[in-house]
Design a protein around this ligand. Structure first.
Ligand SMILES: O=C(O)c1cc(=O)[nH]c(=O)n1[C@@H]1O[C@H](COP(=O)(O)O)[C@@H](O)[C@H]1O
Length: 273
């Protein structure tokens, strides 16, 4: 998917919401457990009920790998369902991969070609040759972890190297990678106050911003400091939407939670024009 198409979808739907499909058998409504594939049944219901309120879905791969081959099959069915029925949705494999070049090439093939995701999250730690294999795919996006939402982000990411924070070095260095136009970055919503500095380094790139809802980040603050004239933001919420209810009408309740965020986003988009 091109970035231009993603921006068009954001304006069409008046939303830059990404719904995280962090599907956990211990948390989904118990009536689904008798389904042949409870993970897919849950995802399908959530997607069908929320697709008009969001522009992206982000399955976190850990939640599928945790169930072995069955989890992997549920992931495959979910991305196939999205690509077939809602091809306008931007899909993110939250896999946080990155390895030596020839291994990264295989990861890229797995998520971009075999599974058909539009994008993947990547850890920058192993450097240029671990990231560039993902960037060679046209109209696929590599979402590099810059400043993450968790407490551990302060262990390394904000540490100074020659007087500069490590996350700033990640941003500046990656701008020089081949096909850097295919880069997006992760910045946690809990780190909104850093966004002014971040936008000085990457004024245009899209940011994937997790951490609103369950982790306590503020959508309004993220928009205040991180929004660009082309929006430039995909704000993710996972648990806060998909586990809104355990009742039979869980998908409807999830849509209600998504709607609350979409309405706030519509307001932010109005202020932009
Ligand atoms: O790459 C991510 O998506 C990510 C980066 C980050 O810094 N923080 C973060 O929470 N995430 C992911 O975003 C989702 C957040 O989920 P909720 O806290 O339930 O909304 C999870 O899938 C996390 O793995």
């Amino acid at each position: 998917m091109t970035t231009k198409f993603l921006i068009e979808q954001i304006h069409k739907k008046k939303s830059f919401l990404c719904i995280g499909l962090d599907t956990d058998l211990d948390k989904i409504p118990s009536h689904l457990l008798k389904e042949k594939d409870p993970i897919f049944a849950f995802n399908k219901a959530i997607i069908d009920a929320t697709h008009h309120l969001c522009v992206a879905y982000k399955p976190n791969i850990a939640f599928y790998e945790a169930y072995g081959i069955k989890g992997w099959q549920a992931l495959e069915k979910t991305i196939e369902y999205l690509n077939k029925n809602y091809p306008e949705q931007f899909t993110i494999a939250d896999a946080k991969r990155g390895d030596i070049g020839n291994t990264s090439t295989r990861y890229a093939k797995a998520f971009f070609e075999d599974l058909g995701f539009n994008s993947i999250t990547i850890a920058p730690y192993m450097g240029k040759d671990s990231v560039e294999p993902f960037l060679t795919f046209e109209d696929k996006h590599t979402i590099l972890l810059a400043l993450t939402s968790n407490q551990g982000a302060y262990d390394y990411q904000t540490k100074l190297i020659d007087g500069k924070e490590l996350y700033k070095i990640v941003l500046e260095t990656s701008k020089g990678y081949e096909n850097a136009q295919n880069l997006m970055y992760v910045v946690g919503a809990t780190k909104a106050s850093y966004l002014t500095d971040i936008r000085k380094i990457i004024p245009y790139n899209f940011l994937l911003v997790p951490g609103v809802g369950a982790q306590g980040g503020s959508l309004e603050e993220v928009c205040r400091y991180g929004m660009t004239k082309d929006v430039g933001l995909l704000i993710n919420s996972s648990r806060g939407i998909i586990y809104a209810s355990n009742a039979e009408n869980f998908a409807h309740e999830a849509a209600n939670k998504a709607k609350v965020l979409q309405v706030k986003m519509e307001k932010e988009l109005k202020a932009l024009v």
